[in-house]
Design a protein around this ligand. Structure first.
Ligand code: SF4
Length: 145
């Protein structure tokens, strides 16, 4: 059972209302049981929604209370929304017995190697990835395929 960012499977759940369908991802998952997740929509945020950047650090720092998830333009604090979505993703992993996740790179929720922090791409992970890894779930990136 593999937890997968729903946008990679073709769900139009991105902040801009588009999907991030990846033929590479679909081919890699062919024949496997998957659990689609979108932490941001799962948290109750709408489609479309304003883009969010991590500020003050990356996903790990958010869980330490040292960074925030802020809307890029209006600077509305979405930290609690993103944390709620991450917890729901963890619940899904536990509920379905998924020990591996394949998530979308560069997302403030799903990024696993690089995320936007204060408008610049930097090394780090998103809020959902940080939580999943802290609970022993292996997270890989679509860019690893
Ligand atoms: Fe949802 Fe993650 Fe895809 Fe963003 S990257 S749209 S949070 S599944």
């Amino acid at each position: 059972m593999v937890l997968v960012s729903a946008c990679l499977l073709g769900e139009a759940c991105r902040y801009d209302g588009r999907s991030q369908r990846s033929e590479k991802v679909l081919a890699a998952l062919y024949g496997k049981a998957v659990v689609p997740i979108c932490p941001e929509v799962g948290s109750g945020l709408p489609i479309p929604r304003p883009p969010v950047d991590l500020c003050g650090g990356t996903g790990v720092d958010v869980w330490r209370g040292q960074a925030q998830a802020l809307e890029r333009e209006a600077r509305v604090d979405r930290t609690e929304d993103f944390k709620r979505g991450a917890r729901l993703a963890l619940d899904a992993a536990r509920g379905f017995g998924a020990t591996v996740a394949l998530l979308k790179e560069k997302s403030p929720s799903c990024g696993s190697q690089r995320v936007y922090e204060s408008g610049a791409l930097r090394t780090g992970e998103g809020i959902t990835t940080a939580l999943l890894r802290s609970e022993g779930i292996t997270v890989v990136s679509d860019e690893d395929l």
